[in-house]
Design a protein around this ligand. Sequence first.
Ligand code: F0G
Length: 464
Amino acid sequence: MTAVAFQRCISATCGQNFAIDEVHIACPDCGSLLDVQYDWDAAHPPAALKEIGKGNDQLGGPLAQSGVWRFHRLLPFAPPSQMVTIGEGQTLLQHAVQVARYVGLDSGELHLQYEGMNPSGSFKDNGMAAAFSHAAMIGATRAACASTGNTSASLAAFSAVTGLMQAVIFIGSGKISYGKLSQALDYGALTVQIAGDFDDAMRRVREVTSQLGIYLVNSVNPFRLEGQKTIMFRVLEALEWQVPDWIVVPGGNLGNSSSFGKAFAELYQLGLIDRVPRLAVINATGANTLYELFENRGLRWNGGNPAMEIVENYYRELDESNSHAQTIASAIEINRPVNLSKCLRSLEICDGVVREVTDQEILDAKSQVGAGGLGCEPASAASVAGAKRLRNEGMIAAGDRVVCVLTGHLLKDPAATVAYHTTDQDMFDRILGSRGVRRASFANRAVAVPNDLDEIIKAIQLYS
Ligand code: F0G
C-alpha cells in the first residue's frame, strides 16, 4: 500500500486521520463522513493535465484502458497490482446540438456525458472500480450495498467478473426497475428485498455490514467517490482541458456531486486548473431533500460545521407526516441522502445551486436526449431538465458552456420509456399518470397496422 494516502474525517471540529487500510463507514470518533486525502508532495501528481497519461503504458492493457485507472495519479491510493477493472469509464462526451436547442443554449454549448456506456450501464462502475480495489487491498471477501438498482448492478457485475467478492444487495421491495433487478439476479448477487424503500434499505445495510463485517460499497465509502472523480477528468479531457461554465448532475444519495466538488478542489489546489466550474444539483420534486434544505432552509457547509439541527428537524417532519420519496426517476427516489454534508461542501467549492424538477419535465427531457440516439434513464434526464430550468431563470446564460451528466443507460428502465411513447392510455395512466405526468409532448408513437402488405406500405408512405 502507498504511504501517500490516508483517510480524514470531514468535520472541522474533529478532522481525525485514519490509515488507508482501515475500514470505516463513518468517523469512529464523531460519526461524520470520511475523505480519502493525499500528501501531494509525496504523490508526484502531473505537472499539467495534458501529461496525465504519461507512463500509463506501464499499467498494462486493461488498466491502461480503464477510464478510472488511467487517471491513477490523481487518486493514488492503490498500487497497480491491486487495481481492479472491468472496463469502466470508456464513455463519451457528446456535443448535443438538438438538446442544446431544447435547453435554450447556443449551438455547441451543451455537452452530454454518457455514463450509461459503462459495463453495467451506469456511472457507478467508476466508483466501484475504486471501492473494489480497496476491498481487495484489505482482503474482503463479501461486499454489500443498499441500492435503487444501479449500485447493486455494478457491485454484482464487479463481483461476478472478477470472482473476488460475494455480492450482497439490499433493495426496497418493488422499488427498482426490472432492467436493474435483472442484472443483480443474472450476475448471481445475493439479493435481499426489504419491505420498505431505499432509505430503509440503507439503514439496514449499515447495521448488517457492521455486525457481520461485510465490506460496504455505498457512497459513504470514501473510495467510491475517488473513482467517481474521474468522470470530471474525462469531461475536462474531452474539452481539451478547458473548464466548462456549468456541471449539471442529478442528486440522489449525493455521491457524484460530492465527488465532483472534491475533484475540482484538488485540481485547483494542484494548479492544474485556474478556475472551478459552477455546479447544479437537480432533485426530483418528489425526492427534494437537498433542494428544501439548501434553497429554502439555508443549510450551508459553513466551513465544515453545517447546522445539523436544520437537517434533524426536517427529517423529523418527514417522519411525522409519514413522507416517503416518490418519483418516476426511481434511481433518485431518496429522502435521506447519505452524502448530504459532502455535497454542501461541493456546493460551496463550486458556487453551486440546487433545483427540483417534476416527473413531467424529467420525461420530456429524457425523450429529447433519446432522440439524439444515445438515451438515458429517467433520473439522468433530471440534469437536462434542470439545465432547462436554470436557463429559463437566466441563471445559466445562452452562451455558457454546460455539461449535463447522464448517469444511466436508457435500457435500465424500459417501462418508463414505453409508457411515455405508448398509445395505450391505461398503461400511460398506470405508470406515468399516477405520478402527475399529463402529456407526452415528444412521444414517438408506434403505428398499428393489420397484417396486410398493402396496408403496411400505405402506412409507411403516409408517415415517412
Ligand atoms: N442517476 C442514477 C442513474 C443513479 O443510479 C443514481 C443513484 C443517481 C443518479 C444519483 O446519484 O447518489 O451520486 O446523487 N443511484 C444509487 C443506487 C442511489 O443505489 O444505484 P448520487
